[in-house]
Design a protein around this ligand. Sequence first.
Ligand SMILES: [Fe+2]
Length: 192
Amino acid sequence: MPSYADALDLFHEWTETESLRRHGYAVEASMAEMARRRGGDPGSSPGQALEDWRIAGLLHDLDYEKHPTPEEHPGVGVSELERLGYSDEIRTAILGHAPYTGVARETEMAKALFAVDELSGFVTAVAFVRPTRLEGLTPRSVKKKLKDKRFAAAVSRDDIRQGAQELGIDLDELIRIVIDGLSREASRLDLT
Ligand SMILES: [Fe+2]
């Protein structure tokens, strides 16, 4: 199984667009926070779980820049990850984050990845239009923005709600996790 450093090199090789890189970092940061709170799946040590969850977040859109169509994304990237020896858990979670693959989200990792993907982008967008960025941002104000259909219109509100439901947590808690995860890594995300 490749290390986090290998995953980062691979990500940079496949993804040159700055906004897509930032999306990968943001989902990674949210996944790290999820791993801390939910502890990962039984059977892996906490340190390993944290690294695996980070890698799943970082690499979930690995092929998106070069292969954005549903026919290719995320299948092309996942084939490459298989060739390179990434775990079945990570690959299945990445396939499951795209609803149209029909791959079931059965592990905690898969459920978390689906739940934080769109929301990480949304919270980033909310923070960008605030002078204080993530500082003082509350789930309540994020929820208000979710109701404004014109704000970050491309973000699927249904996927976010479904993600929280699959994890069995309420939307406020999910938003709180994402805010905290992004806040810890704000400088990498240009959110300071
Ligand atoms: Fe994504």
